[in-house]
Design a protein around this ligand. Structure first.
Ligand SMILES: [Zn+2]
Length: 100
């Protein structure tokens, strides 16, 4: 359910013009889709800190699903890369035997 931005009356999801005040409703949709644009900065932040990316993904996915999906993807890529780099590194340090 969406609401008119001018008078606040409840509207049909496919309504184009508000039945109460007659203002155009399509502008609300444009505004919402404008906000739901993948953000390069947030993607980069998610890539730097996957944990923060996952938190942003879960907080944003209801309001801006496209943006949240991108952030989640970058967080996942970063997380996978971290595992690929850190796990072999940990294993290599474990394999080092002290000199006798
Ligand atoms: Zn209205």
């Amino acid at each position: 359910m969406k609401y008119c931005s001018t008078c606040g009356k409840e509207l049909h999801d496919d309504a184009v013009i508000c039945v109460n005040c007659g203002c155009q409703v399509s502008s609300i949709q444009t505004e919402l889709s404008y906000n739901d644009v993948p953000s390069g900065g947030l993607n980069f932040l998610a890539f730097l800190c996957p944990l923060l990316g996952f938190i942003m993904f879960f907080t944003l996915k209801s309001d801006t699903p496209k943006k949240a999906k991108q952030i989640g993807l970058y967080a996942l890529i970063s997380f996978a890369l971290t595992l690929l780099v850190v796990i072999p590194w940990i294993l290599s340090t474990l394999e080092v035997k002290p000199p006798i």
